[in-house]
Design a protein around this ligand. Structure first.
Ligand code: ADP
Length: 265
């Protein structure tokens, strides 16, 4: 792979990357960024060299979860390449957010502009040698995720479909699996975020949206079910303060559930 990559091309930019995964979700707000960042942290905790490309132009939250938002990207004068920001555990982070002027800049670019920007962006990054690159795709199965996935096509080793256990999500998961298959990306599996809630008062587990929806939809689609992540106020607090890596180092039920998912990849 990548032997004949032309200098400056996307294939050239990614030639030192061993494994490339993408996270996808049919809609926003289901925890795709959480799963992306968790995969990165989980592999980095196991000693692998990891990079994250936050390609979710409409809600780039991965840098925030890793505590590196408000970073600036630099261009190496010698190579002319973009140098990724180094996050916790040495994770290399590149986000479209780093190229935007302020935190609350609404991205209202039209699709062709987004597509071109993303392609250019990805091709110009100096990832160096990595064991794993995780790419966070914009939500949905429309133009923006399609462009990134197509840009990376041929080199993508698998997709992770993130969902929440509601009835509407079921159809959306099937669409995401279909999206992956059309692009010839192997579906590594389905992650069910917000599967349940453990009551801190009595330790009882509540399946708020119903039980085993993620497992059933994975079965229906003929792809692996990777596991569920509980709704956890403490996790939410760590995410908001950019300390996902600290949370995952805690040996609590939620951290264990997340790392069990990562270990299957
Ligand atoms: P997406 O990338 O799909 O839009 P995010 O990963 O950004 O979704 O998650 C949406 C919001 O919900 C974020 O504020 C995140 O901190 C919070 N969140 C996601 N999953 C959980 C969870 N299991 N427990 C607590 N908060 C969560």
């Amino acid at each position: 792979r990548g032997q004949s990559a032309a200098p400056g091309s996307l294939a050239d930019a990614l030639k030192g990357v061993k494994l490339k995964l993408v996270t996808i979700s049919g809609k926003g707000g289901v925890g795709k960024s959480l799963v992306t960042a968790s995969i990165a942290v989980g592999f980095a905790m196991r000693g692998y060299k990891v990079g994250v490309l936050d390609g979710d132009v409409y809600g780039p939250t991965v840098p925030k979860m890793l505590g590196v938002s408000n970073s600036t990207l630099f261009v190496d004068e010698r190579t002319g390449k973009i140098v990724p920001v180094t996050g916790p555990l040495g994770i290399k982070v590149v986000s479209i957010e780093f190229a935007l002027p302020s935190d609350d800049t609404a991205v209202i670019w039209r699709a062709p502009l987004v597509n071109q920007a993303l392609r250019d962006f990805i091709a110009q990054v100096d990832w160096g040698s990595l064991d794993l690159l995780v790419v966070d795709l914009p939500p949905g199965t429309g133009d923006a995720p399609l462009t990134i996935a197509q840009s990376l096509q041929g080199g993508l080793d698998g997709s992770i479909v993130v969902t929440i256990p509601t009835e509407i999500s079921r159809r959306i998961v099937l669409k995401s699996v279909d999206f992956s298959r059309k692009l010839n990306i192997r579906v590594a599996g389905v992650v069910e975020n917000m599967c349940c809630f453990k009551c801190p008062d009595n330790g009882k587990i509540y399946y708020i949206f119903g039980r085993d929806a993620g497992r059933r939809v994975a079965e229906a689609a003929g792809v692996p079910f990777l596991g569920g992540i509980p709704i956890d106020p403490e996790l939410s607090h760590y995410l908001d303060s950019g300390r996902l890596h600290e949370f995952l180092a805690k040996e609590n039920d939620t951290a264990r559930a997340v790392l069990a998912i990562v270990d299957q990849l």
